[in-house]
Design a protein around this ligand. Structure first.
Ligand code: LLP
Length: 432
């Protein structure tokens, strides 16, 4: 899906820009975001929900995948809403132009400041727990808060243990045994403007069945809420559609996922004879994941005879913590020798002081030497957003490319940025 090709210099081109030139201009490590790919994914989601759902729908971007001004602004301009999980994500979204009616605030432990900020913005708060529900009831004596209630659907799915959220043993949401009590509480607190229900089963999911089941489960809850006199305007079925990181990955298309979700909710509503709620989906990874590649400069090689060759790059787990965290798989290309045969098997190591800082084990590559530009595609989701300054390595820059133009969207951090929040107490200053 990336608007990429190989140019006459045998270099990789993304969004009409020569990646080697981009690295000369902006340095490495470098996140390169293809605007057309991101916009296309937004449009595919929007169109699919319009086509497959007979009622109103809204796709909201789970911005935990990558939240910064430029990405949020693109998503906003495509007419999507946004899911945020912290004051920082909320602040960025509002600065990027999102208005409260399209902002949904998640999180299993929102602070009272975050709750108040959400109320002030007119955002919808997705209530996760009893303590939050009680705080909100207190806070809404003089004001109202738009809320949704998050329930744990008890649906299993095949993905990494750390990114499953729908099982009963989850830190998120109310467990279904609490549903009736929650509805009763909400119905009694007039400051709580209840708009609907939310559930999310997990991330990087390829099966459609769990999402099909989820639709039916949620409509069941919807009828329960009605019995408590609560009208459900909105049903938020979460995100979770996986993307293809390696050849063996075979995710369904955005359209197929949307069709499953829409048809399942519509059919369940029909069978229970309830009006169609506004259907909300909140994809993150599948909106932004394939739109970015990360470019690194190749440094040293280390060959251990009969064992392996390590090739080191100038980034690693600080700009892409997914391999070390979830054993996630990626592939790589050499941006300055795109058509050379892949005759070597090397392990691509990051520059961090940990043996586990390996971006790709046994990658197939053409022969490489120091100074080559190594590119890892599909790094748009949960890379920048989970990046760190481990080993006091500055975060990379990010550029947005389109039609041969590149614009900086995140400046490269400087050494002084790394010291910005450091303070030396007087007694240590005196000793210097
Ligand atoms: N909605 C809720 C409530 C979520 O918790 C998430 C993801 C999403 C939507 C978006 O899910 P997606 O469409 O992106 O799968 N850092 C991990 C993924 C964590 C997902 C957290 N929640 C990774 O790098 O794989």
């Amino acid at each position: 899906p990336l608007t990429a090709q190989v140019n006459a210099q045998d270099h990789l081109e993304v969004g009409g820009c020569d990646v080697v030139e981009l690295t000369q201009r902006f340095g490495t490590s470098l996140y390169i975001v293809d605007e057309v790919t991101l916009r296309t994914a937004c449009q595919q989601y929007r169109d699919a929900f319009k086509q497959h759902y007979p009622g109103e729908s809204l796709v909201i971007y789970a911005s935990k995948a990558w939240n910064c001004l430029a990405i949020d602004a693109i998503v906003n301009s495509e007419g999507l809403g946004i899911d945020v999980v912290s004051a920082g994500e909320l602040y960025t979204a509002t600065k990027a132009g999102f208005k409260g009616d399209k902002i949904y605030v998640h999180g299993n432990n929102k602070s009272s400041e975050e709750l108040q900020m959400s109320i002030d913005q007119g955002a919808t708060i997705v209530v996760d727990s009893w303590s939050e529900l009680r705080s909100l009831a207190q806070m809404t004596q003089q004001q109202t808060a738009r809320i949704m209630v998050r329930l744990t659907p008890g649906i299993e799915c095949h993905t990494h243990e750390y990114i499953k959220t729908g099982c009963i043993d989850s830190k998120f949401g109310f467990d279904p045994s609490q549903v009736e009590q929650v509805f009763e509480f909400v119905a009694q607190n007039k400051g709580l403007n209840f708009v609907g229900l939310h559930a999310h089963i997990g991330s990087q999911i390829f099966e459609l069945k769990p999402h099909e089941d989820l639709g039916a489960v949620m409509v069941d809850w919807l009828t329960k809420a009605q019995q408590h006199g609560l009208s459900i305007e909105q049903l938020d079925i979460g995100g979770g559609l996986g993307i293809r990181y390696t050849e063996s990955d075979d995710p369904p298309s955005i359209d197929a996922w949307a069709k499953t979700v829409c048809e399942s909710v519509a059919a369940a509503c029909k069978s229970k004879d309830v009006p169609l709620p506004k259907l909300i989906a909140e994809p993150g990874r599948s909106l932004v994941g394939t739109s970015c590649v990360t470019a690194y400069t190749v440094g040293g090689h280390k060959t251990i005879p009969d064992v392996r060759t390590y090739l080191s790059v100038d980034g690693g787990m600080s700009d892409n913590p997914r391999p070390i965290t979830y054993q996630s798989l990626y592939f790589a290309v050499v941006a300055n020798h795109m058509s050379q045969p892949m005759t070597e098997t090397v392990t691509i190591a990051g520059k961090h002081c940990e043996s586990g800082d390996v971006l790709i084990k046994d990658a197939s590559l053409p022969p490489t030497q120091a100074g080559d530009i190594l590119v890892i595609p599909d790094t748009g989701a949960y890379n920048y957003s989970m990046s760190s300054n481990y080993n006091r390595i500055a975060r990379p820059a990010a550029v947005l490319v389109r039609d041969g133009n590149a614009s900086l969207i995140l400046e490269r951090e400087t050494l002084d940025d790394l010291l910005r929040h450091d303070r030396l107490p007087d007694h240590l200053l005196a000793a210097q």
